[in-house]
Write a protein that binds this ligand. Structure first.
Ligand code: UDP
Length: 237
């Protein structure tokens, strides 16, 4: 697979064209950003661990009947994916109150949310990813009503699969963000599922093993990401 020029470079990943118009390469970089890009950092090896975690979780979801854009890993940090038309909605699933939910609403941090809460944010750096509801999504033409229902159903199924898999590896999943895309008339899971987009807490100690380590200077982010990779995607050999 030939890696052509970069199509788009985001905060932590770069997307490249390939010789096949239906496939893209997603490169996981070592850069870290938080608070809408106001805090920036670099952590050697972070891209590799996030790629490994994402690949493993996409494989797990595929095995459980969820369509994703994942094709294969081409190197430690290059993931071959299906080219999709990204739906500009960040779908956040919450099982335990943390982060902005505990700041903005009268939930106590650590409070269990059963059933889980699903939140839609408008994916727009210009507008600062504001929370939206179904009416706003429809009025902005971000997705159809049918697509929004499908996205909600998929997000809940994905959540159940991930929670049970992670629980067996002594990890809690307080919340995480998903992005979906359109491909051949279907809605499929895209983007990444990694320590940058999920909160992972050690089930026994409650320790953060995710981007909160970087956000709040809680220690070495690479050590945290490595620990998650070790638990969920042990390296061969
Ligand atoms: N999240 C993300 N990208 C975003 C916003 C949120 O990956 O642009 C993830 C975040 O890592 C967390 C979950 O979604 O796992 C919920 O994030 P929250 O809204 O609490 O954001 P916070 O302000 O706490 O980072």
């Amino acid at each position: 697979m030939i890696k052509h020029g970069a199509l788009y470079s985001g905060k932590a990943k770069t997307i490249f064209r390939t010789d096949n118009p239906e496939k893209l390469i997603m490169e996981f970089r070592d850069s870290l950003t938080a608070f809408d890009g106001k805090k920036k950092g670099e952590a050697q090896g972070k891209g590799y661990y996030n790629a490994r975690i994402s690949a493993k979780l996409f494989e797990l979801l595929e095995e459980n009947g969820i369509d994703t854009h994942f094709d294969s890993m081409l190197s430690d940090t290059d993931m071959l994916v299906d080219a999709v038309e990204i739906i500009k909605i960040e779908v956040i699933v919450r099982n335990i109150a943390a982060g902005s939910l505990a700041r903005k609403y009268p939930f106590s941090a650590g409070q269990k949310l059963d059933p889980p809460i699903i939140i839609f944010d408008y994916k727009s750096d210009e507008y600062g990813d504001p929370m939206i509801n179904e009416d706003i999504a429809l009025a902005l033409g971000l997705a159809t009503g049918e697509e929004l229902s499908r996205i909600r159903e998929l997000a809940l199924r994905i959540n159940s699969i991930l929670v049970s898999f992670l629980n067996d590896r002594d990890l809690l999943l307080p919340d995480f963000k998903l992005e979906f895309g359109r491909c051949d008339g279907r809605i499929i899971l895209a983007d990444e599922i990694s320590c940058d987009t999920c909160r992972f807490w050690d089930r026994t100690t409650g320790e953060s093993l995710d981007k909160d380590v970087f956000r709040f200077d809680k220690g070495d982010p690479v050590a945290a990401y490595r620990e998650v990779a070790k638990r969920i995607a042990p390296a061969p050999g």
